[in-house]
Design a protein around this ligand. Structure first.
Ligand code: SF4
Ligand code: SF4
Length: 345
């Protein structure tokens, strides 16, 4: 059970400690607003990019998702992709949700849109006035490959002023550190060192673009690899598919509910969302069941039964999972999706 953080309700955790600390204590639940993004980061598990379909969560669906997500006692946010690409629809959703008392606690952004102080303050103040309490801003060498350091810095400063320091989940970075991120992104050797020191889960674009920096190892050595939120002490992926321990649960524009990117647990258009979010029926999903009990080696066995030829080694536990999932996808199109994640463009 989530014993370390179940005791304090999310609203109290945010009130007492702020959004950034509450995220760590209560974990998160999100509306994955769109798979489109202004960036196409090499480490992106969701394979987001500007080339993804022009699809985002609609107003009615978004309101319903937010109502249900708030019942999970997690910190609720709007994620992507880059939701700010659809600013007018996004602020409409936040305002309408705010009127109902279900505004997201925070919005996640890569700050590419922050091209002036005026725009940064205007949008962040409008989010705050709609009832949003904070902002999460991403920064790392992969983000700063295309997002200028100035945009991050501008967004961060405005967010701290608008929402208050403890409600901004973002690294406190100097311009020199941000410039260094830009430099790492453009230097093959430094990028390789960075990836080895900070390996992302090798799923989605990360699985295609960054696996080459990590050496293959025998499957027997992969069990303790870190996954989304730290390593498990076995090959099984129980943490990822137990509502008591998962780090994040998403609902995407198609109604797909996921905890581990690209493995659809269920769909809100076919089953009640409240049940899906609470874990009801998760283990009836054949791939979730295998991942929960056996992890990627169980998925590998399913693939071998269908003709997959294993390699001698893989660079990571999640990297093995990604390779096997790509093979299994035609056999389980409703579970291994959506297309956006598996089409790495
Ligand atoms: S990691 Fe974030 S900013 Fe980068 S492409 Fe993915 S969604 Fe966009
Ligand atoms: S091995 Fe697969 S199921 Fe397990 S955490 Fe990694 S991506 Fe998710």
């Amino acid at each position: 059970m989530r014993t370390e953080y179940v005791a304090v309700p999310v609203a109290q955790a945010i009130r007492e400690d702020g959004v950034a600390a509450a995220i760590q204590k209560k974990h998160v639940a999100s509306v994955l607003y769109t798979y489109r993004c202004t960036l196409a980061c090499r480490h992106c598990l969701f394979s987001c990019s500007p080339r993804k379909p022009n699809v985002h969560v609609g107003l009615e669906d978004g309101l319903e998702y937010l109502r249900r997500l708030h019942q999970t006692d997690r910190v609720v946010h709007i994620a992507g992709g880059e939701a700010m690409m659809y600013w007018s629809a996004l602020i409409d959703l936040c305002r309408e949700a705010g009127r109902e008392g279900v505004a997201p606690h925070f919005v996640e952004t890569n700050a590419t849109w922050c091209i002036s102080d005026a725009l940064a303050y205007r949008r962040l103040e409008q989010l705050r006035d709609a009832g949003v309490l904070g902002l999460l801003i991403s920064a790392c060498p992969h983000h700063q490959h295309e997002c200028p350091a100035e945009n991050y810095d501008r967004c961060f400063r405005a967010a701290v002023e608008v929402f208050g320091d403890r409600n901004v989940a973002a690294a406190r970075l100097t311009m020199d550190e941000l410039r260094d991120f830009e430099a790492i992104a453009r230097d093959e050797e430094r990028l390789a060192d960075y990836v080895r020191a900070n390996p992302p889960c090798l799923v989605g674009r990360a699985g295609e673009a960054l696996a080459r920096y990590l050496p293959d190892r025998p499957i027997s050595e992969l069990a303790h690899d870190s996954t989304w939120k730290g390593p498990e002490d076995h090959m099984a992926c129980r943490t990822q598919f137990d509502p008591a321990t998962i780090w994040e649960i998403h609902v995407d524009p198609y109604g797909n509910v996921t905890t581990c990117c690209g493995i659809i647990i269920g769909n809100a258009r076919r089953a009640p969302l409240a049940g899906l979010l609470s874990g009801e029926g998760w283990l009836a999903n054949p791939l979730v069941n295998v991942a929960y009990h056996e992890g990627p080696t169980g998925l590998l066995s399913m693939a071998v039964e269908r003709g997959y030829v294993p390699r001698d080694g893989y660079p990571q536990k999640c990297g093995l999972c990604w390779e096997v999932r790509k093979f299994l996808r035609p056999h389980f199109p409703d579970i291994l999706g959506p297309d956006e994640v598996y089409t790495v463009d």
